[in-house]
Design a protein around this ligand. Structure first.
Ligand code: DAH
Length: 341
């Protein structure tokens, strides 16, 4: 019997060590220590052992029972620990969950930067000017007559009679020309303010990009080419553009630039008011009075300028129906642009 006990001690320990899960352990526990288990049968067989050996064998068997019981418990604890650390539930090759808490650029800022990138590609550089602006730069230097309706308190937020929140990025043209000799090709992105009631297409703050090119013999054709290259790059397709005569105090001639409607491709729809065209910016040849305000010599240079609403082109490109969505910062809206822009 001694041999059987020794064999069971070694053999039992090995079998317990190779049990792979709780079910296997419990099956093995029954096979060794259960009512009909191997150790239990040996205990029952004690009655057949010689009287002299019986107490010793009994003690050995009880010791084995305790040892095996402890091995079972240890193995169970080990298996539970393995499950947490590197058990089959954790597959390191699966893609992780992307972090959602990280910040990203606001879609307007992304659009603004992608518009700038297109102009950098054409050799433009970037400048900026103040949002709190002198009435002089916002209007007077841009050839606005004193009684021009845009100066009206209805449209402009005045801080005092000579200082306002700029209503357009055009004042940066004059500030830049005062400091820079031609040739120059520059863009001036930034925020502008108007005293408007907010609705789906108006906001009291929005973004514009101003463009200015001045050199000897710059022509309207250069303006048309520049705009076409921008439209093709930004909207992706070969969209036709057209110039419509218009009036701005600081350009002569002045035009409004339309592109073919991105929604209906010129057929006419609700978005383009059935015209097939969408207005995307104002533009023109720099007015001689503006050159004069900037201190440029008469008749030496010509230039073109343009100004476009970033909000507007963003809304057209991404099908955004209400400008207020761009300023409310509702994450349900903003998150749609995550990773897209
Ligand atoms: N400043 C004009 C506006 O806010 C837009 C504009 C039109 C800018 C014509 C220009 C331009 O530079 O040439 O409505």
């Amino acid at each position: 019997m001694k041999d059987t006990i020794d064999r069971l001690r070694i053999d039992g320990a090995e079998r317990i060590a190779s049990a792979k899960n709780e079910t296997e352990i419990e099956t093995l526990r029954t096979a060794l220590l259960g009512r009909k288990g191997e150790v239990t049968s040996l205990l029952r067989g004690l009655k057949d052992v010689a009287d002299a050996d019986r107490p010793k064998m009994g003690a050995e068997l009880n010791k084995l029972k305790v040892e095996l019981g402890a091995l079972f418990d240890t193995r169970l604890a080990d298996l539970a620990g393995e499950g947490q650390a590197d058990g089959p539930a954790l597959d390191l090759t699966l893609p992780g969950t992307p972090p959602t808490g990280a910040g990203t650029n606001h879609p307007l800022l992304s659009v603004l930067e992608s518009v700038c990138d297109i102009f950098y590609g054409m050799g433009f550089s970037r400048g900026e000017g103040p949002e709190v602006e002198l009435d002089y730069y916002n209007f007077t230097a841009l050839n606005f007559p004193d009684d021009h309706p845009a100066r009206d308190i209805q449209d402009t937020f005045y801080i005092d009679p000579k200082v306002c929140l700029r209503t357009q990025t055009s004042p940066v043209q004059v500030r830049t020309m005062e400091q820079t000799e031609p040739p120059l090709a520059m863009i001036f992105p930034g925020r502008v303010y108007r005293n408007e009631n907010a609705d789906a297409s108006h906001s009291s703050e929005f973004y514009q990009i101003e463009g200015l090119v001045v050199d000897k013999a710059v022509s309207l054709t250069d303006l048309k080419d520049t705009i076409d290259i921008f439209v093709r790059n930004f909207f992706g397709a070969d969209e036709p553009t057209r110039f419509r005569p218009h009036y701005f105090p600081f350009t002569e001639p002045s035009v409004e630039v339309d592109m073919q409607c991105v929604a209906c491709r010129g057929k006419g729809c609700g978005i383009c008011g059935q015209t097939g065209w969408l207005e995307i910016m104002g533009a023109g040849m720099v007015h001689p009075n503006v050159f004069k305000a900037a201190g440029y010599p008469d008749d030496k240079y010509t230039g073109f300028a343009f100004g476009m609403g970033i909000d507007r082109v963003a809304m057209l490109k991404y099908g955004i129906g209400d400008i207020r969505l761009l300023y409310e910062n509702d994450l349900r809206f903003l998150n749609q642009f995550r990773g897209v822009l």
